[in-house]
Design a protein around this ligand. Structure first.
Ligand code: KIV
Length: 267
């Protein structure tokens, strides 16, 4: 029996030590498959910029583009909780604009919650969204939208100052009212310390086994990425090869006049 996952279920899962699973999806088809497989959370990630749109970073993707993807995911009516990932500059100016854009995700994108990157620096915005009944997932550690400030996609929290900052970021996100927080590319002992020091679930990506849950980008799990993969990625299947071979078979059958057969035509 499947059931619609809510933010209350996620808290209960943390409290009861049941691991939470999250995966990205950007369209109807994959959202349906992942939800039917039993995933807890579907993130309409701004990683769509890279894996769907072929952009070099997540920075160029817009609110309108994210809403288009979120609507497609929502049409799958997943049992999984839908999280809409707020793109760069959709929550960086005023609190009012941040809340308005989060509201667009719910009202136009049919997401149920939103995610944004940052810790103490976005506390006020998380608070304002939560006050307006929009549940927020935080995202700290390696925050891809800060790539230029970080000087690249680097593991965070490696020295004492940066560890302390991340602990404070996690607490700030929790105090602001977030229902969960993504920990990306942080040392596993720090992720464990953060997980034990806050009451909301931590969802790790490159943050070790002790997080309350794990998230990966769907293209990475399915072997659909091009170029260098981060260390934290596990490719569970190489669909790229399967798809390429399947399309080659189609091309060959068309060339050899083996497709369509009598089974595939109207008389
Ligand atoms: O956009 C995304 O896919 C993400 C995950 C890596 C957490 O933010």
């Amino acid at each position: 029996m499947t059931r619609k996952i809510t933010i209350l279920d996620l808290k209960k899962m943390k409290d009861e030590g049941e691991k939470i699973t999250m995966i990205t999806a950007y369209d109807f088809c994959f959202a349906k498959i992942f939800s039917d497989a039993g995933i807890d959370i579907i993130l309409v990630g701004d990683s769509a910029a890279n894996v769907v749109c072929g952009m070099d970073s997540t920075l160029p993707i817009t609110m309108d583009e994210m809403i288009f993807l979120s609507r497609a995911v929502a049409r799958a009516k997943p049992d999984a909780l839908i999280v809409g990932d707020m793109p760069f500059m959709s929550y960086h100016t005023s609190v009012d604009e941040a809340v308005a854009n989060a509201g667009r995700f719910i009202k136009e994108g049919f997401a149920e919650t939103v995610k944004l990157e940052g810790g103490q620096n976005v506390k006020e915005k998380i608070m304002a969204m939560t006050d307006m009944d929009i549940p927020v997932m935080g995202h700290i550690g390696l925050t891809p939208q800060s790539v230029h400030k970080m000087g690249g996609y680097k593991v965070q929290g490696k020295d004492d100052v940066s560890r302390k900052k991340l602990l404070n970021d996690a607490k700030a996100v929790e105090e602001a009212g977030a229902f969960a927080v993504v920990l990306e590319a942080v040392p596993s002992d720090l992720a464990k310390e953060i997980t034990e020091s806050i009451d909301i679930p931590t969802i790790g990506i490159g943050a070790g086994i002790d997080c309350d849950g794990q998230v990966l980008v769907m293209h990475d799990i399915l072997g659909l990425t091009f170029g260098k993969r981060p260390k934290f990625v596990k490719e569970y299947v190489n669909l790229k090869e399967t798809i390429e071979n399947t399309v080659k078979e189609f091309i060959d059958e068309v060339h050899d006049e083996k497709f369509p057969t009598d089974k595939h035509i109207y008389s």
